[in-house]
Design a protein around this ligand. Structure first.
Ligand code: SF4
Length: 268
């Protein structure tokens, strides 16, 4: 979507695939091939940056690991998962009253976690610095990012890191919040039968993706139970109204019968 919007706005674009964050390698290859197919359709070139997961492991993974050390559940997504695995909450640092009081009700809330944000910031930084350096070396005048289309990313952080990386490399940042186009992008990718990944990319996000899907399933179940409870309450209220009507009609009939009997007795 961002590529089409940029081209529609008159930019000549090249897409850089800089994703040392993606694990495993087969997933990295699969997404690259999908991008290359789409690029051939749309008519823009793709450059592949070196795939070096060791750099990502060195620069970003330690914070992901430290979040695990801070809490085995490292984040709301994992607190949901860990509570599911351990419903009693015993021995879970995330099962405190604060965690349950702020239990997320939407996917955005679920993923909006300060600790996860720290990890993603470093990940954006690594890739955007790499992209800005390549852009500067190859004479590109601006840099944008497709990261800004996802409602599940930290958009403000992406903007900060894009501007930071461009400032250092001497390239113009071109930030646009593409999130309003997310649904359209999803629809187009479905129509084109494109591969749609179900996690962001890194090994931590594999589990976050699973936790998110479990959360969505749980929310749907909850909403279904709420709808059924509401329907049952409405049915019960309707039954009560019918019973009241019936009781009233019976009382009236009884009254009429007594009056009739009295009239008959008095000869009226
Ligand atoms: S979730 Fe995505 S942005 Fe965040 S660290 Fe993992 S790959 Fe990077």
């Amino acid at each position: 979507m961002p590529t089409r919007l940029l081209m529609d706005a008159g930019h000549t674009i090249t897409v850089l695939y800089a994703n040392s964050n993606i694990a495993p390698e087969a997933e990295y290859e699969r997404r690259l091939q999908e991008l290359q197919k789409y690029a051939a359709l749309q008519g823009f070139p793709v450059i592949e940056a070196p795939y070096d997961p060791a750099v990502w492991e060195r620069e970003v993974a330690p914070i992901g690991e430290s979040l695990k050390a801070y809490s085995p559940a490292f984040g709301k997504a994992f607190s949901i998962e860990s509570n599911r695995e351990n419903p009693s909450g015993a021995n879970s640092p995330c099962a405190d009253s604060e965690a349950s009081a702020s239990a997320p009700t939407t996917v955005s809330e679920l993923l909006d976690d300060e600790r996860r944000e720290q990890r993603c910031r470093l990940c954006y930084r690594l890739r955007l610095e790499e992209a800005a350096a390549i852009a500067a070396q190859n004479g590109y005048d601006g840099l944008s990012t497709t990261l800004a289309v996802s409602p599940y990313q930290f958009t403000d952080v992406i903007r900060q890191e894009l501007e930071r990386a461009c400032g250092r490399a001497g390239v113009q940042p071109h930030f646009e919040d593409y999130r309003p186009y997310y649904d359209e992008a999803t629809r187009i990718s479905r129509e084109l039968h494109m591969y749609r990944q179900n996690y962001c990319g890194c090994r931590f996000s594999i589990r976050e993706g699973e936790a998110t899907r479990a959360f969505i399933k749980q929310q749907r179940k909850l909403q279904k139970a709420q709808r059924e409870a509401m329907r049952a309450a409405e049915d019960k209220a309707a039954e009560q109204r019918k019973a009241q009507k019936r009781a009233y009609a019976e009382a009236q009939a009884k009254k009429r019968a007594i009056l009739k009997e009295l009239r008959a007795k008095s000869g009226m």
